[in-house]
Write a protein that binds this ligand. Structure first.
Ligand SMILES: *Cc1c(COP(=O)(O)O)cnc(C)c1O
Length: 408
């Protein structure tokens, strides 16, 4: 079974697992990350959502409204609520990103921040964002770059276009620190207060936790080899893995029990190695995206989401008429197709109270029809050609892909 993602590792990652007692590993990881992203500062967290929560708290945003996309990872509104603020959900445009015109219309005196998101690594329109910001100079802008490490809008770095940026670094992201997240910023005063807040609220991890994270990394890396992955798929289908895998209960707003335990040494050591690879990881994804676009051109069953130049392609996202049907058939052909966000956050039961009478037609369309194709941090044209050979007949025979919608 060909997995839809796989951490990109080499000898350096395995040497990084040794010396799990290194003292300043987290600081070293932060420096490497900031350098790789061209930002002055980076602050490490056990999860991206912990970084977002503590950032909102450090900015003293409890009680305010925070604008975020309806079509994003549900951990984002969960972090907003956990920080004591209220998410205001906005529909998407055709590339998957939040509609900034609608976002601007939603700003009220209680709105203090906006979470711009470059979903699937498609850069948010920084020109439109700058215009919005010019009309609302006090609005804080947080870039959610969990999907968009180092992506660019017309040559400008997305992560630098705001007060701070958050990153998710779990094993499925563009660069990984096993679990983990990061907040970057060029604002020294903000970073100082964020560090202070973090150091007061996060519990230090034990050395045993570091060792266990290292073992998890070895196990996960092994599991993603094509030979082993059929077993993973089997265990997943029989429900054996469900207690280990990320699972969202639509009825509750919660954070993981360990979200306030600091990043371990092993995670920081892996993260630092991955930062050194970042440009290569992104180049490989861009090559994959362009390979798929050429190889699947004219295929009636699939329509790629428009991806602006400068996209960093955490996912290669496309619309199909019936995602579950395609996924089942691709699985039989030995290829795992993803459905990364198959929900609309405000339509989840836990957010119903906040969104009575509202609709998100574009986000709803994406949730119903978006799939993502396998993509990795190392480019192997033969491997992608094999994937295309297996899925192209399925897509050629499928119902016509739905159109791109865009909000008014
Ligand atoms: C992964 C992700 C995050 C952060 O997730 P954590 O699991 O908390 O590290 C934030 N936003 C988006 C859009 C994501 O996909």
């Amino acid at each position: 079974m060909i997995p839809r993602f796989r951490p990109t590792t080499g000898l350096a990652e395995f040497t990084a697992l040794i010396r799990f007692w290194e003292r300043a590993a987290v600081e070293r990881h932060e420096l490497a990350f900031a350098k790789a992203l061209g930002q002055a500062h980076a602050v490490a967290f056990p999860y991206g959502r912990t970084g977002l929560r503590l950032l909102l708290e450090a900015l003293e945003l409890a009680g305010s409204q925070i604008i975020c996309p309806a079509y994003t990872c549900v951990v984002v509104p969960h972090a907003i609520v956990t920080a004591g603020a209220e998410p205001v959900f906005i529909d998407s445009t055709a590339d998957g990103n939040m509609d900034l015109d609608a976002a601007e219309r939603a700003i009220t005196p209680a709105t203090k921040a906006l979470i711009a998101t470059s979903i699937f690594g498609h850069p948010v329109d920084l020109d439109r964002l700058a215009a919005l910001k010019a009309h609302h100079p006090n609005l804080l802008v947080i870039q959610d770059c969990a999907h968009s490490f180092a992506c660019e809008w017309r040559g400008r770095s997305v992560q630098a276009a705001g007060n701070a940026a958050i990153f998710g670094c779990n094993i499925s992201k563009i660069a990984t620190s096993i679990f983990g997240g990061m907040v970057t910023s060029d604002d020294a005063v903000l970073v100082e207060s964020l560090r202070h807040h973090r150091d007061r609220h996060l519990q230090p991890p034990t050395r045993m936790r570091s060792i266990l994270r290292g073992l998890y990394f070895v196990a996960a890396t092994t599991a993603f080899s094509p030979a082993a992955y059929w077993l993973v798929d089997r265990l997943r289908r029989t429900g054996t893995l469900s207690s280990l895998e990320e699972y969202y209960d639509p009825d509750i707003i919660d954070m993981p029990a360990d979200h306030l335990i600091g990043m371990t040494t092993v995670e920081a050591r892996i993260g630092a190695v991955q930062s050194a690879r970042l440009q290569d990881l992104i180049t490989a994804r861009r090559q994959a995206a362009s390979f798929y676009r050429d190889a699947l051109e004219g295929c009636p069953g699939l329509r790629f989401l428009p991806a602006p130049d400068g996209s960093s392609f955490s996912h290669i996202a496309a619309l199909v008429a019936d995602p579950e049907d395609i996924r089942e058939k691709a699985r039989s052909a030995g290829v795992e197709i993803g459905r990364i966000i198959d929900y609309v956050c405000p339509a989840m039961a836990c957010y119903a109270r906040l969104s009575v009478g509202q609709e998100w037609p574009v986000a709803t369309h994406f949730a119903a029809h978006v799939i993502n194709l396998p993509v990795y941090g190392r480019y192997d044209e033969m491997a992608y050609a094999k994937i295309v050979r297996r899925i192209r007949p399925i897509l050629d025979a499928a119902a016509a892909a739905p159109p791109l919608l865009s909000s008014s």
